[in-house]
Design a binder for this molecule. Structure first.
Ligand code: ADP
Ligand code: MG
Length: 144
């Protein structure tokens, strides 16, 4: 296991970190994203999309659970499972095609579906620390 901690002081910096990851990502990579509401998960995701070469705007796929973008270097599967009721809903979507597919799969609020996450994934945790400022974020990436 490898753990790397990044610190950002603006949304642009968080986006830039995501962009670097998107540029280097390989087909089949899975990124799980956790952290409280408004901490910067979607901001980070927008950077990843940019790094993959996706020009169209990324928003949180609140009502669809997964949004698929095909225009980048590799496919991008963006999940936001915040509103999911139970794991069976993931079966209905056919999540395994995405989790074990040939694109980059990113899951916001991944802890809510912990029981079905693949063993090999890049775990991203974004946290605030108000003592270090309103726009400060600590971003911990753990690779299994
Ligand atoms: P989430 O998807 O986790 O709910 P969003 O990315 O939608 O969060 O929103 C994050 C909010 O926090 C945005 O309004 C963004 O401008 C703000 N923000 C302030 N500082 C940062 C930072 N360092 N990194 C990311 N977002 C930040
Ligand atoms: Mg979000």
């Amino acid at each position: 296991m490898r753990e790397t901690v990044y610190e950002t002081y603006s949304p642009e910096e968080t986006r830039e970190l995501g962009k670097k990851i998107g540029e280097r990502a390989n087909p089949g990579d899975v990124y799980t994203l956790n952290g409280e509401l408004g901490v910067g998960k979607t901001t980070f995701t927008q950077g990843i999309a940019e790094g993959l070469g996706i020009a169209e705007p990324i928003c949180s796929p609140t009502f669809t659970i997964v949004q698929v973008y095909e225009e980048g270097r590799i496919p991008f599967y963006h999940f936001d499972v915040y509103r999911i009721g139970n794991v069976e809903e993931m079966d209905e979507i056919g999540y395994e095609d995405y989790f074990y597919g040939d694109g980059l799969c990113l899951i916001e609020w991944a802890d809510l579906i912990g029981e079905i996450l693949p063993e090999e994934c890049h775990e991203v945790l974004i946290e605030k620390d108000l003592e270090k400022g309103f726009d400060y974020r600590r971003i911990t990436i753990r690779e299994n």
